[in-house]
Design a binder for this molecule. Structure first.
Ligand SMILES: Nc1ncnc2c1ncn2[C@@H]1O[C@H](COP(=O)(O)OP(=O)(O)OP(=O)(O)O)[C@@H](O)[C@H]1O
Ligand SMILES: [Mg+2]
Length: 592
């Protein structure tokens, strides 16, 4: 994958040589067909009404052998005109279809590559982006590129061909009138395009106000419960009302201006049209142009306006696409997580693994270390607790062990195999981190337990039983098919935590990390859960992060973290007996 630019688009277009060649041949044929069409009926004015037989009448006579009644010529020409227009219709549908294939395939590829790229972005980098920003890049900006593709590659060629062909016919009809039209028309279209740009600018300003209102409204609604809880609703409503007023003021100003501008641009267009028609009549009056040909020129005026407009507007589509491609590159510029080759897999042939951390150092922002000099050696199948004050780096450390983040410095190994020979994705597959505040998909409980994978019902039942969810789920009318609401709002914090634990049981990982994952449970439920869980965790390397002494009492070994460093370690009783942070933390004093 390379950075997005117009060069990239050109390279992509090269993959569709066959389609583009066929489409352009079709376009050429379409132009050949449509060019003489507007002239046929007007020719009848001269040849039939004014009785000056020419190409049409002579051709019909030579085919049918003798002169005909007027209506025969009119009928034949009418049928021919309609057939030609129908042919043009079919060709342009075909042509558009081929070009859609090309342009939609390219935008699909851009979206696909971007999604692929996002899936490989390092999590710490991803956290700097809001989902709204990525959404708008993927939708609006890719769409802008799509628009550019469809007018540039599909219509530009046909527009140029049409203008050239009709220009040629006009020059043949009357070169002075043709020059007048061909020189003045682009100028008028340029002015109307400029005014149209103004209109869209007004609209953009109005949209910006709407976006501000929408964002504020969305946030207030999302945090509505908190706003209510702090009795701030009137303040928030006032703020939103002011934003709504901004929209009103902007809309009043922009709406009449944009309406006036678009009507003025149409006026210019019509004025040009009338000038050309007047010029046509003058040319008939003062030179040898026939009335029929003049009417033909009037017909061409309509046909030529649109292509000229498109040729002029290509510069704006071009500028928009360039800017959009630049914005899309923000996704391209996101740092990727290191890609380690899958050389060895310590997880596949073993039920559990040891973990070794050597001199781990981690920072999100430069020179602001969150973890320093972390050394740990966790034996296969042992239970280790990590304790420490809020913000000391426990969750970050857990995330590093399961491969969410890769450390800035230092080495991690499982069964003495370095993570660089295993691959972060493989680690994530076998080491499961149960979060303190898990968020759920707005889907059924079952989906949240299995992530849509095929899991045996007995397996699910067992997990639910271990996680102390049996009673709760049985009390629900729809049981496992209950929808949990956005982020799982319809469940309590503790229920969400238990779902997350059940999910871990189903995932059956080699290594389990519980990051305050039972903090929302009452002591009794928590103790019952750990009783049930102990069999599952038996012989499985487990790390428990917790604030309650009761939660970590089963740990074989404890690490105490403070400001990103390990300041104490040892077995629980020893640590409680020492006069250190650990003992202070749990309000125990050295007994002696
Ligand atoms: N994405 C981030 N960017 C910058 N700093 C971060 C980021 N995530 C966490 N931090 C910082 O890292 C430090 C450690 O956070 P961490 O979540 O690991 O603490 P913790 O020990 O788990 O705390 P708690 O007990 O409250 O869960 C905190 O000071 C926090 O502000
Ligand atoms: Mg934490």
């Amino acid at each position: 994958m390379q950075k997005y630019s117009l060069k990239y688009i050109l390279q992509e277009l090269k993959h569709y040589k066959k389609e583009l060649i066929i489409a352009n041949l079709i376009a050429l044929l379409a132009v050949v067909i449509i060019t003489p069409t507007p002239l046929l009926i007007p020719l009848l004015v001269d040849e039939v009404l004014l009785d000056k037989p020419g190409v049409v009448v002579n051709s019909v006579n030579s085919i049918l052998g003798k002169p005909q009644e007027s209506y025969v010529y009119v009928l034949i020409v009418l049928v021919m005109t309609i057939i030609l227009r129908a042919l043009f219709f079919i060709l342009s549908v075909l042509h558009n279809w081929l070009f859609s294939i090309v342009s939609k395939n390219i935008t699909y590829k851009i979206r696909k590559d971007l999604l692929n790229r996002i899936s490989k972005v390092s999590l710490s980098e991803y956290e700097n982006f809001s989902s709204g920003k990525i959404l708008s890049l993927m939708m609006i900006d890719v769409d802008t590129v799509d628009k550019f593709l469809s007018i540039s590659i599909s219509r530009l060629i046909i527009s140029i061909l049409t203008v050239v062909a009709i220009g040629f016919v006009l020059l043949m009809i009357h070169w002075q009138l043709a020059l007048f039209i061909l020189l003045l028309n682009p100028f008028i279209m340029f002015l109307t395009a400029k005014i149209a740009r103004k209109v869209s600018k007004f609209k953009k300003q109005e949209n910006a106000k709407i976006a501000i209102f929408q964002e504020a409204l969305g946030e207030t609604l999302d945090l509505f419960a908190q706003v209510k809880a702090s009795n701030q609703e009137s303040k928030f409503v006032q703020k939103l009302t002011n934003r709504a007023k901004d929209i009103k003021n902007a809309a009043i100003e922009f709406e009449y201006k944009s309406d006036a501008a678009s009507k003025f641009s149409f006026l210019l267009f019509l004025a040009g049209f009338e000038i050309f028609r007047a010029a046509g009549i003058l040319v008939v009056a003062y030179s040898d142009l026939s009335i029929g040909l003049m009417l033909g020129v009037f017909g061409y005026l309509w046909v030529i306006m649109n292509p000229i407009n498109e040729i002029i507007n290509i510069q704006y589509a071009f500028a928009n696409a360039k800017a959009a491609l630049n914005r899309i590159n923000a996704i391209y510029d996101m740092k990727l997580e290191p890609h380690y080759k899958h050389i060895k897999n310590p997880f596949s042939n073993s039920l559990t693994n040891s973990i070794e951390l050597k001199d781990i150092y981690f920072e999100h922002d430069k020179d602001k270390p969150i973890l320093k000099n972390i050394n740990m050696s966790i034996k296969k199948g042992s239970k280790v607790a990590i304790v420490g004050a809020s913000g000391s780096g426990k969750t970050t450390l857990a995330q590093i062990i399961v491969g969410f983040y890769s450390p800035t410095k230092g080495e991690i190994s499982f069964d003495e195999i370095n993570i660089k020979e295993i691959g972060l994705d493989v680690v994530r597959e076998h080491a499961f981190l149960v979060l303190q505040a898990p968020t759920l998909f707005n889907d059924t409980i079952k989906f949240n337990l299995t992530f849509g994978e095929n899991v045996d019902d007995t397996e699910i039942k067992r997990a639910i039983k271990i996680a102390q969810l049996e009673e709760f789920i049985n009390s629900l009318p729809k049981k496992l098919d209950t929808i949990v609401g956005a982020n799982g709002v319809k469940l309590s914090g503790g229920q969400r935590q238990r779902i997350s634990i059940a999910r871990m049981v189903i995932a059956n990982p080699n290594i389990v990390i519980l990051d305050e994952s039972t903090s929302a449970l009452d002591v009794q439920t928590e103790s019952k859960l750990f009783d049930e869980l102990s069999l599952f965790l038996k012989g499985r390397t487990t790390i428990i992060v917790a604030h309650r002494l009761s939660t970590i009492k089963q740990a074989d070994f404890v690490y105490v973290l403070d400001k990103g460093e390990i300041i104490q370690k040892g077995v629980l009783e020893e640590l409680l007996a020492q006069d250190g942070k650990f003992a202070q933390y749990f309000n125990r004093r050295k007994k002696r």
